[in-house]
Design a protein around this ligand. Sequence first.
Ligand SMILES: [Zn+2]
Length: 195
Amino acid sequence: MIRLFRPACPKPKELAAGNYKVPENKKALKVSAHEKCMYCESKISHIDHAHVEHIKPKAHGKYPHLEYTWTNLGYSCAICNGKKHDKYDEKTPYIDPYSDDPEEHLTFHGWIVFPRNGSERGELTITDVALNRAELIEQRKDRIEGLLRAINACFRTQNQSLKEAALRSLAQEAASNKEYSLAVKFALRAQEVIT
Ligand SMILES: [Zn+2]
């Protein structure tokens, strides 16, 4: 999960009139999340697999006034959306990447995410959204292991300019639009590829 910036709502009237799935609005959420799930950072390849996420849940009429509120909407994969479902604790709210900096609450050791500095919000988010579910661990492990091999090769490169070019390109792998970028960022920092 990474910090995201919420754009203005393209179609506020339609949203207020009771349609939270207006295509223009969904598209704006998708772009703001770099076409990835706002929670697990998996690329959402097919639009049908993307859900308009209610940060405070709409299920069971818990927060009916927030069902059509732009600041309560996000873009998530079907699995994270389903895991979270109607859970929400006002006293320990899930990390909202549009208003919190996830890095203050989460830290990665390899491909596993842990709460940072004992953050209860971090821990509850990891548990309830299942951010260490088997499929995610496998995907992050593949990605990071591939990068570690590339880092090794890079550090062994004798030619300085080739080495620097390769390091710059590796550093780009932690960019916000890349899959599992927070896990990658921690891995690249641990290898001193980035600071
Ligand atoms: Zn997800």
